[in-house]
Design a protein around this ligand. Structure first.
Ligand SMILES: *Cc1c(COP(=O)(O)O)cnc(C)c1O
Length: 358
């Protein structure tokens, strides 16, 4: 079966990139991060003998205010193992209709757990307590057992939007009352923490499991950490073993995560500032309608340019600017640690050229 991959790296005739706003996953490890990786103390992770990985799990559990944590290769594996651990075949998960687990994990919940996901509606990737209440089913032998509620902090497709704490707690309370577990997809959790000023422990307190990705804004090459109760993480470890996520000298990559915790959290504020200045620049361009930016994700509509998102992204890429497309007329630009204020100016100048050449 042919799969359409994004054209970012596939065409060798494309000019070199001047600004890469394709994704915050495109960052390269910094010299300081590489030095930390080279110096890592390592051992066999599968046997619990990698000191750097063990320390990362302890550090993350403490940071999130949870009993335990497990290091995994990716955020997708955190979500899938959390679903495998919380749910049984036939169960139902409630999540926003644009949630990554629903749209972007290869149908993993259905394929691996045998669970179905019901997509909830709501503006900008969020939903409210009434929407959760309305989605609750009677507990009968006809209904799928509803066992998990999931939220994304920040909501990616929603526009990098930060869930307000009260709303996050309110939807979790409805789920818990109904006997469901609660899970946070924290691909960009620290962006939410830095943007809102809410301490991370408070932000995740009413959720049973939560993970943080290190390969988004935090800039590491590999790694995510899933946190929860001792019993939950014990069961998650069995899935890690079964799925082949158990590693050996993983301290090499865990060291990059320690480095990111030390050096790359506060600076997320710069990414947010750059995203806001990108929005201001985009708003000046003919035919482009940006959504407001709360964190490091900027979405904009290009309908009025007369081009599709794909056409505009291709033309921008030919001039050295990488963007991603998330709909026929919706484009996404991500700021991250490899883009500075001058990069934002360059991006706007390239888009102005693209529009002038229409
Ligand atoms: C990127 C992302 C994931 C998956 O993380 P990987 O580390 O790329 O597997 C999950 N959820 C959201 C919201 C994401 O943006």
């Amino acid at each position: 079966m042919a799969i359409d991959y994004a054209p970012l790296h596939t065409d060798p005739t494309l000019p070199p990139l001047l600004v890469n706003l394709y994704s915050d996953t495109q960052t390269k490890p910094t010299p300081g991060m590489k030095a930390a990786m080279m110096a890592a103390e390592v051992g066999d992770e599968q046997f619990g003998l990698d000191p750097t990985t063990n320390a990362l799990a302890e550090r993350m559990a403490a940071l999130m205010g949870k009993e335990a944590a497990v290091f995994l290769p990716s955020g997708t594996m955190c979500n899938q193992i959390a679903i495998l651990t919380h749910c049984r075949p036939g169960d139902e998960i409630l999540a926003h209709e644009t949630a990554h687990i629903l749209t972007s994990e290869g149908g993993g919940a259905a394929a691996l757990t045998g669970a179905q996901i019901t997509g909830l509606r709501g503006d900008r990737g969020l939903f409210d307590a009434d929407t959760v209440r309305a989605a609750l089913r009677s507990k009968s032998r006809y209904s799928p057992p509803q066992t998990l509620l999931e939220v994304e902090q920040t909501a990616n497709s929603g526009g990098g939007v930060v869930w307000p704490l009260a709303q996050m707690n309110a939807v979790a309370a409805v789920a818990h009352e109904a006997g469901m577990a609660t899970h946070i997809d924290g691909a960009r959790l620290m962006n939410a923490v830095v943007a809102s000023g809410v301490p991370v422990k408070d932000m995740v307190a009413s959720y049973d499991s939560v993970w943080l990705d290190f390969t988004k804004g935090l800039g590491t090459p590999i790694g995510a950490v899933l946190c929860g109760s001792q019993a939950f993480i014990g069961a998650a470890w069995r899935w890690k073993q079964r799925l082949g996520g158990s590693m050996r000298q993983s301290g090499i990559i865990a060291a990059a995560c320690h480095y990111a915790l030390d050096h790359h959290i506060d600076r997320l504020a710069e990414d947010h500032t750059n995203a806001k200045s990108l929005v201001r620049g985009l708003a000046q361009l003919d035919g482009i309608v940006p959504e407001p930016a709360e964190t490091n994700l900027v979405f904009f509509d290009v309908t009025a340019t007369g081009m599709t998102a794909g056409q505009l992204a291709d033309k921008a890429r030919a001039k050295g600017l990488a963007l991603s497309t998330t709909g026929k007329y919706r484009v996404r630009a991500c700021t991250h640690l490899d883009v500075d204020a001058a990069g934002i100016d360059t991006a706007i100048a390239i888009l102005r050229d693209v529009l002038a050449a229409r």
